[in-house]
Design a protein around this ligand. Structure first.
Ligand code: 0O2
Length: 280
């Protein structure tokens, strides 16, 4: 196949990866803005490179014109979670989406690969809009913990270095490391609820502070500067107390005050407008 044709073939896959990454990043944002723990920590995506596609096609004896049909990970999205339990949550979030249809799922967490590889794979059908019309394609979504990702990244590099001839001592080390990763994930799960609590309250506090700062900034436009400086000092004092309830009360009061000032300034500007138009 000519280079230009490869590019054309890969174009919709690039679009699919970009769109899906945006959507999952938005999910993270939605969780955080609502002060909720996000089961997704990070999202990345890639389109398989042409050499890597050729290599996979050769290995699996797939003719070039059948690549799109038989290679299901031309478009790949990787979702990284903090805890093993989050993987299940992400899987059900994906199952419930209407823009992705599940083609197959591969659970390499319950059924770890002989290499030691662990991850949850979902092959989904996803439709992109191209200038030739809609195109439905396969996208592979890999869902794994930070620890699983760490292991898979190192092991992938070793596979690349040694091809199929990984020395026994390296194999043994990587197998031992995979067991250590299982133990690490297990121990992290034991402190999950504590970590989630801390992260949640941190996120809630960050959201309240952002709202307060936004209101203070708006007040500078409509209220007396000295008054706003006083409010700002009060905010700093409450912030120092590290008490979420006080901070939340302060934010609510500030909301009411900002609304009041806004209404006042709208009233003043409409009076001014009326005066100007009557003087013509
Ligand atoms: P790359 O370079 O990451 O793209 P199959 O279902 O077996 O017919 P396939 O596509 O081999 O077809 O499926 P599988 O086994 O689910 O693997 C898909 C991808 O998962 C791989 O893509 C890897 O990214 C990852 N993976 C699978 N097994 C391993 C493993 O043992 N170690 C590591 N590090 N990653 C693995 P590619 O195309 O092999 O590679």
């Amino acid at each position: 196949m000519e280079m230009q044709l490869w590019r054309e073939m890969l174009n919709p896959y690039e679009l699919a990866v970009e769109e899906i990454v945006v959507k999952f990043n938005h999910m993270i944002k939605e969780h955080r803005e609502q002060g909720r723990y996000s089961p997704i920590e990070q999202v990345t995506g890639r389109v398989k490179s042409i050499p890597s596609l050729l290599e996979k096609a050769k290995k699996k004896k797939i003719p070039f014109d059948e690549i799109e049909r038989y290679i299901e990970d031309i478009a790949g999205v990787r979702i990284i979670c903090q805890f093993v339990e989050d993987i299940e949550t992400v899987v059900s979030l994906i199952r419930n989406r209407t823009d992705m249809e599940i083609k197959k799922e591969k659970d390499y967490i319950t059924n770890q690969k002989p290499s030691g590889y662990r991850s949850y794979h979902m092959i989904v059908y996803y439709t992109v809009q191209t200038i030739q019309g809609p195109k439905r394609l396969n996208v592979e979504i890999q869902i794994r913990t930070l620890a699983m990702n760490f292991w898979a990244t190192i092991e992938h590099s070793l596979q690349y270095k040694y091809k199929r001839n990984m020395p026994e001592d390296v194999k043994e080390k990587i197998t031992n490391a995979s067991m250590a990763i299982i133990e690490l994930d297990r121990q992290m799960s034991e402190v999950r609820s504590e970590i989630m609590e801390v992260q949640n309250s941190f996120q809630i506090k960050a959201n309240i502070v952002a709202e307060i700062l936004n209101n203070i900034q708006n007040l500078y436009r409509v209220a007396n500067r000295r008054e706003v400086n006083k409010i700002q000092d009060e905010f700093f004092q409450i912030y120092e107390m590290n008490d979420l309830d006080q901070l939340s009360n302060f934010s609510q009061q500030l909301d009411i005050m900002t609304e009041g000032y806004k209404a006042q300034s709208i009233a003043i500007s409409s009076v001014e407008k009326n005066c100007k138009s009557s003087s013509y």
